[in-house]
Design a protein around this ligand. Structure first.
Ligand SMILES: [Mg+2]
Length: 268
């Protein structure tokens, strides 16, 4: 059980917690009003690298959530950009298989991007790429085989769409892993890079920070591993039946944000 009296900051996943696709979920406005009223700092963390923090600020504003700042948003793309910035000299060449959002973050961090086989390539960064081709996989594979580091934004096998579950970045990463015989370093949840980036921006101790997520295997498992308290909401990927029989358990499970807020407000 979560002791809400001990919670001083929050990290939230977005898809399946705040919205599903373009549909805001119940409780989204009450949640932000509550956090603002109590001056509780928060960060928003997503494995999705397709959109930039600026895109998320805009998406939230369209849903009636104003005043979110870009620095409050951590994506597997921003975590990747932070990681390569720490690891490689300014202006190094990075081979990217991914979308425009990811490419922009890495360019803005001061790196030269290529999609070619280039001996200067220090790392191959792989995220979701809706324009994936055999040629792209081939070139990325040759770079990794030539000794470049292999970095995945995340290893989510799928993501939910109105058509059903479709291949995620992890499916592309798996193809490259098979082709090269090498395993990537992954930046996304459940890895700790994203939690570290979010916790750093909050500046609150990890045990006083609550993770709200909809996936047991990424949000909850990763947050528990770094020592956060965890709340699962059943409005996204993990179904009530899966939550009941899973090996990983959140500290508390709620049907959605309204139920979580009701308990939190009653406690404090
Ligand atoms: Mg989610």
């Amino acid at each position: 059980m979560i002791d809400f009296n001990r919670i001083s900051s929050v990290i939230m996943d977005m898809d399946g917690v705040l919205w599903r696709g373009d549909q805001p979920l119940a409780g989204i406005h009450d949640l932000f009003a509550f956090l603002h009223a109590r001056a509780i700092p928060f960060a928003l963390a997503t494995n999705n690298s397709r959109m930039t923090p600026a895109d998320y600020v805009e998406k939230l504003a369209k849903m009636g959530v104003a005043g979110i700042e870009e620095r409050q948003i951590v994506t597997s793309g921003t975590a990747t950009a932070a990681y390569v910035t720490r690891r490689y000299p300014y202006r190094s060449v990075i081979h990217v298989v991914g979308g425009d959002g990811l490419r922009k973050l890495i360019t803005d961090a001061g790196f030269e991007i290529t999609g070619e086989v280039d001996p200067r390539v220090v790392a191959v960064v792989v995220g979701i790429d809706f324009a994936l081709t055999y040629d792209k996989l081939k070139k990325a594979s040759l770079c990794v085989r030539a000794g470049a580091d292999f970095i995945a934004t995340n290893t989510d096998a799928t993501f939910p769409t109105p058509d059903g579950l479709v291949p995620g970045a992890g499916s592309i990463v798996a193809a490259l892993q098979t082709a090269t015989g090498k395993s990537p370093i992954s930046m996304g949840k459940p890895g700790r890079a994203m939690f570290d980036a979010a916790l750093e921006s909050l500046g609150i101790s990890v045990e006083r920070t609550l993770m709200i997520g909809d996936r047991l295997d990424t949000d909850i498992a990763g947050a528990a591993e770094v020592g956060m308290q965890t709340a699962l909401v059943l409005t996204g990927v993990t179904s009530p039946a899966e939550a009941e029989k899973a090996n990983i358990q959140a500290d508390s499970t709620f049907t959605g944000l309204p139920a979580l807020l009701a308990v939190w407000k009653a406690t404090v």
